[in-house]
Ligand binder design. Structure first.
Ligand SMILES: Cc1ncc(COP(=O)(O)O)c(C=O)c1O
Length: 387
């Protein structure tokens, strides 16, 4: 069978190779500290679980939903008001099966073959896959140490900006752990207006932000609604990653196009999941804040711990990730990852899997309790890999 040329656009799944290594070492009886994949280890709050269980008992809720329940759309609007102080209306909200799926498909609603799109490098890989599926040509804008791992639009060439259709911005950032600020967002809005570019803000980590900083919506920036949409995922804030709950929020024409595109391939979110989403959005938010404090303790255990053993890893400012420069003697981040897990049992992700500018770094996910992270740090120290 000759598969489509499109399939040649995608490389092998990096996590599969890492998992193979993990399984092999575990079969030898080795302890593995898995800080590779960004799946939270927390449980969803009881009221969210209960809403899903109650709804699942009603056979009516097992039918195609075919639409977003009006009360779920209202719940998103009320949440935006409560959490971000932003007024939106239900026509500005459309569900998707997680931001991953949404980012994978939105390009098809926006781009024609050969259109230019602006993507961060390094970035969350589906940004690239979504652009390629749409036939768009990515222009990668760098997220580098010199600019605090933040977008720097002044460096985007004028001719590229003129032909760009959309720009994805995602802060707090996976994998680099940088966070936005109002001046940066204002600059992005001005840039988008000047060149008629749609900003797609992927806001997966607005509730995991450290050292007293506040996580915002893109729409806290004046003028953002004229130029942008935002993926608003419940996955990380509410520990519901497997339930696939996310929304595209913002400019009504873009949301309508996205809804229309998805209407061709999806019959709607499972109704018990819609009920769980409503419970999460309308329920108490103290757990979300408490959880952020726990992530910060883990960040301190990892970054502080690694610095104390001689690895100069800067503090992450937000997201559930830490971005660590690898020792200079390693040619690639993949080589270092494999050597690290072999020698210490600590599994992380090579930076190169997030784009070429990720080379020279590895990403750790803060998905274990601080005490266990401290054990992982001790295992790295005892392995001698830093010497
Ligand atoms: C930047 C970013 N966006 C989106 C997602 C996925 O979100 P969802 O679970 O809503 O698909 C992740 C998950 O790791 C992420 O890091």
């Amino acid at each position: 069978m000759e598969f489509s040329k499109r399939m040649n656009l995608f490389g092998d799944e990096i996590f599969a190779a890492l998992n193979e290594k993990k399984v092999a070492l575990e079969s030898e009886g080795r302890t593995i500290y898995n800080l590779s994949v960004g799946t939270p280890d927390f449980a969803p709050a009881p009221h969210i679980q209960q809403a899903l269980l109650d709804a699942a008992r009603d056979p009516e809720n097992w039918k195609y939903s075919l639409r977003d329940l009006p009360e779920m759309l209202e719940a998103v609007c009320a949440y935006y008001k409560r959490r971000f102080g932003v007024e939106i209306t239900p026509d500005q909200v459309a569900s998707c099966n997680g931001s991953q799926e949404g980012c994978g498909h939105i390009g098809m609603a926006l781009c024609d073959e050969g259109d230019t799109v602006l993507l961060p490098n390094p970035c969350y890989p589906v940004f690239i896959a979504g652009a390629k599926l749409a036939g768009a040509e990515p222009y990668y804008y760098p997220l580098v140490k010199e600019h605090g791992f933040l977008p720097y639009v002044a460096d985007i060439p004028e001719d590229v900006a003129r032909r760009a259709k959309y720009m994805i911005v995602s802060l707090p950032a996976n994998p680099v752990g940088s966070v936005g600020n109002p001046a940066l967002y204002e600059e992005l809005v001005a840039f988008a207006k000047k060149y008629d570019i749609l900003i797609i803000h992927d806001n997966a980590y607005s509730d995991i932000i450290f050292d007293g900083a506040e996580g915002h919506s893109f729409f806290n920036t004046p003028g953002a609604m004229d130029v942008g949409v935002e993926f608003f995922s419940l996955s990380k804030s509410f520990d519901v990653t497997g339930a696939r709950i996310s929304f595209l929020v913002g400019r009504p024409d873009v949301v309508a196009a996205f809804r229309r595109l998805r209407g061709q391939i999806d019959f709607g979110m499972f109704l018990p999941i819609q009920k769980a989403a409503i419970a999460a959005l309308t329920g108490p938010l103290d757990m979300v804040k408490d959880q952020c404090a726990v992530y910060q303790q883990r960040r301190d255990a990892l970054c502080g711990g690694l610095r104390s053993i001689g690895w100069n890893v800067p503090d992450s400012h937000g997201s559930m990730f830490v971005w660590a420069p690898i020792p200079e003697r390693y040619a690639t981040s993949m080589d270092f990852c494999m050597d690290l897990v072999e020698k210490s049992g600590v599994l992380c992700t090579p930076g190169s899997s997030f784009g070429p500018l990720g080379e020279g770094y590895v990403r750790f996910a803060l998905t274990m309790p601080a005490e266990r992270i401290a054990e992982a740090v001790a295992a790295i120290r005892d392995s001698g890999i830093l010497n």
